[in-house]
Design a protein around this ligand. Sequence first.
Ligand code: ATP
Ligand code: MG
Length: 214
Amino acid sequence: MPDVARPEAVSAPVRRLGIFGGTFDPPHVGHLVTAVNVRHALALDLVLLVVAGSPWQKEGSRRISPAPDRLAMVRAAVGDAAGIEVSSIEVDRPGPSYTIDTLTDLRSQFPGAECFTILGEDAAALVPTWERYREVLALTRLVVVDRPGSVCEVPAITEWIRVEVPHLEVSSTDLRARFADGRPLDYLVPPAVLRVASERGLYRSDDIVWAAKR
Ligand code: ATP
Ligand code: MG
C-alpha cells in the first residue's frame, strides 16, 4: 500500500497518477525537483516515489543500502510536500522489484487513474531490458526528463512525453562517494535525509572499499 499519511490523499480521487521509481540510495534534490516539476507540468494529482525493494538490475554491482533505510530516507526527503507521497509497495513485496508488478498493483489501488511513469533519460534507455516491458507500455505512459551528464538515447519503442525540469547534475553515486570521503553534501540532499543516514550509520567508507575489491 502507498503511504497515505495525509487525510487529503485518502479523500481526493487520483485521476492522473505519477509513478517515479528508484533505488534512492540516497534520495537527492534531482529526484525531488523532478517529482514536483513533472507533477506541475502534467497536472498530476499525485506523484508516488516508489522505493525499489530489490533493485535486481543493480544487485551485485555494489552494496545497496537496506530497503527500510532507503524508505526512511525518502520519507524524510519528501516531508509534507503537496501531492508527493512515498510508496513502500515494492519494499513490502518479496522478490525482484519488477515495474510490471508495481503497475498492476497500483492500478488496482487507484482504479481508473491514468498512469505516468517518470524516468530520467538514463533509466529510460533501459526500459527494453525490463521484465515484460511491452506489458508495462500497455499500462502506462512514459515520461522522460533530461539526465544531465548522461548521453543515453531513449529507445524508439513507444511515444514518450518529454518534460523539461531544471537540470541538476546530481547522482546518488556521487553522493555516496561524498559521504565516504567527507566532502560536503549540503544543499544536494535535504538535511532530514542526512539525519536519517547518520542515525542509521549509512554510507561509511567500507562501501567504497567493497566496490574497489570487486
Ligand atoms: P545511482 O547513481 O545510484 O544510479 P541515481 O542518482 O541515478 O542513483 P536512482 O535512484 O538510480 O538515482 O534514480 C531514480 C530515477 O531518478 C531514475 O529514473 C533516474 O534517471 C532519475 N534521476 C536521478 N537523478 C536525477 C537527476 N539529477 N535529474 C533527473 N532525473 C534523475
Ligand atoms: Mg541511477
